[in-house]
Design a protein around this ligand. Structure first.
Ligand SMILES: *[C@@H]1O[C@H](CO)[C@@H](O)[C@H](O)[C@H]1NC(C)=O
Length: 481
């Protein structure tokens, strides 16, 4: 199928490009966005508007079986593919999602600020020295804890380190979750960590919690959206797959938890600091993991450890940078942006002043004001055949597409160190804000010195390879839908 369609694509490209987008499978899209763009600078994506809207039912992909048996299935927290099965009542509005996103971004900015400025937002209470102050992400995976193993559905987050699950007896308070709450006393491999251990000292330096020591090491993490989890810092067996079992995995056994976790059972920390899942499994996976985030809540992606799931071909790499003052985050070098195949004239200093990081939990990519304004005006120019619409929340470049069944969207390519380009998928360019209103899925930082963030909307459908020990981050187009 993929080969046939690729030939078809080449043959028909000059004349009937529009038809192809719907005739061929996602694999052709991958081919088109990935390899051919290098030669044939595509200037626009022509997509049906319905392709930008999630379906009512989950369409499971065959990605898993093809790549590895060790893949964890990734889904949106809400929607038809989520194992949380929440129903429509709990699905937040786009407006709410964007507000939560803005809160997360503010907390990242306040952590990373080069100016050490104070956050003025009184609603965001950041503990003085918190190492964990992010809002929570929106993609989930299932992993096993304890002996016998019990499965839990966790939000995964490359922007924080500590993994935690809700634990009985919920001495403080637990929110309602779908799976039965973990009962440490029912697991033969569970142990509390002593507050006199070096592990506890490391936790405290990582999370900035100075707590009194009586017996059990306790933890408390507060995220930027004022969600929190607290409880006993403990070890138990973590099971990622039948052959990937990690005894004595350090995690938070949360007995006092509240916030925007939906009905997820906790959080899987994929930051790069000492207590993260990436660091704790380094002896087996060499700090290598990859994921593909699905573009819709009606499709699925994957999270893979120890493997570049699609490494066979087409992955482009850019150097992964560290900042000793912000050890949890994954930094990149961003170098430029093109719209409709034309490179925007943005001074390199705009990118070096802000710096850039990649985050699985931030939804909308944030750019320095000088970069965003160039992007927005080039986009407006390329979209001038469509009627403009008012801004929607943090998205200020919007269109009224009532009456259109297809839309021609200019390509947007983001460039990173090493010449690597990320040719953003259509779903990462236009966001549906209402049945007729669609907006450019990028936003601007308020300050030129605030770090730019490659958000998950623009990462969707790419396999993102984190090769931490190898010092590089990879993008492979069309790895999931
Ligand atoms: C772990 O510590 C908590 C709090 O001190 C205690 O209630 C619980 O019984 C301990 N669990 C085990 C298995 O030691």
């Amino acid at each position: 199928m993929a080969i046939n369609c690729s030939f078809l694509l080449v043959l028909l490209l000059s004349t009937v490009l529009h038809l192809l987008l719907f005739d061929c499978s996602e694999k052709v899209e991958a081919y088109r966005f990935g390899k051919m763009t290098e030669n044939l600078k595509f200037q626009s994506h022509v997509v049906s508007l319905s392709s930008l809207i999630p379906a009512e039912f989950c369409s499971t992909s065959d990605q898993g079986s093809k790549i590895s048996s060790k893949l964890l299935q990734v889904t949106h927290k809400h929607g038809p593919c989520s194992p949380l099965n929440e129903g429509n009542a709990k699905i937040p509005s786009l407006h709410q999602i964007l507000m939560d996103d803005q809160t997360r971004v503010k907390s990242i900015h306040s952590k990373i600020s080069k100016k050490n400025k104070k956050v003025a937002d009184s609603k965001v209470k950041l503990p003085a020295k918190s190492g964990e102050s992010l809002g929570t992400g929106n993609f989930i995976v299932q992993v096993g804890f304890g002996t016998p193993k019990q499965d839990f559905t966790l939000v995964f987050d490359t922007g924080s380190d500590l993994t935690w699950i809700q634990c009985q007896p919920c001495a403080g308070q637990c929110y309602s979750q779908q799976d039965p709450i973990f009962d440490p006393s029912a697991s033969s491999t569970y142990s509390n960590i002593s507050c006199r251990s070096t592990t506890c000292a490391e936790l405290k330096s990582a999370t900035g919690n100075a707590r009194s020591c009586s017996n059990t090491c306790t933890y408390q993490v507060v995220y930027g959206d004022s969600s929190y989890s607290g409880g006993n810092f403990a070890t138990d067996t973590l099971t990622l797959s039948s052959s990937d079992v990690f005894p004595n995995f350090e995690f938070g056994c949360g007995e006092n938890n509240q916030g925007l976790f939906g009905s997820a059972d906790g959080l899987l920390g994929l930051g790069r600091d000492r207590i993260s899942t990436v660091s704790q499994t380094a002896y087996k996976y060499r700090k290598l993991f990859s994921y593909c985030l699905p573009s819709k809540s009606s499709s699925t992606g994957y999270l893979a450890f120890g493997t570049e799931a699609g490494a066979s071909s087409g992955t482009q790499y850019t150097p992964l940078l560290t900042e000793s003052r912000n050890p949890s985050f994954y930094f990149l070098t961003m170098t430029g942006i093109s719209v409709a195949g034309k490179k925007l004239s943005i001074s390199p200093s705009v990118f070096t002043t802000s710096g850039t990081l990649i985050d699985s939990g931030t939804v909308i990519t944030r750019l320095a004001p000088a970069a965003y304004s160039k992007l927005s005006s080039a986009f407006r120019e390329a979209m001038s055949q469509y009627p403009p619409a008012p801004a929607y929340s943090i998205l200020d470049t919007c269109y009224n597409l009532a009456g259109f069944s297809t839309v021609s969207i200019p390509t947007i390519e983001l460039y990173f160190g090493g010449g690597t380009g990320l040719n953003v998928a259509p779903s990462g360019i236009l966001v549906q804000a209402s049945p007729i209103q669609y907006c450019l899925g990028f936003a601007e930082n308020s300050d030129a010195s605030d770090v730019a963030i490659l958000g998950n909307l623009q990462q969707q459908t790419f396999e993102i390879v984190y090769n931490v020990d190898g010092g590089k981050l990879g993008f492979k187009a069309g790895a999931c839908s």
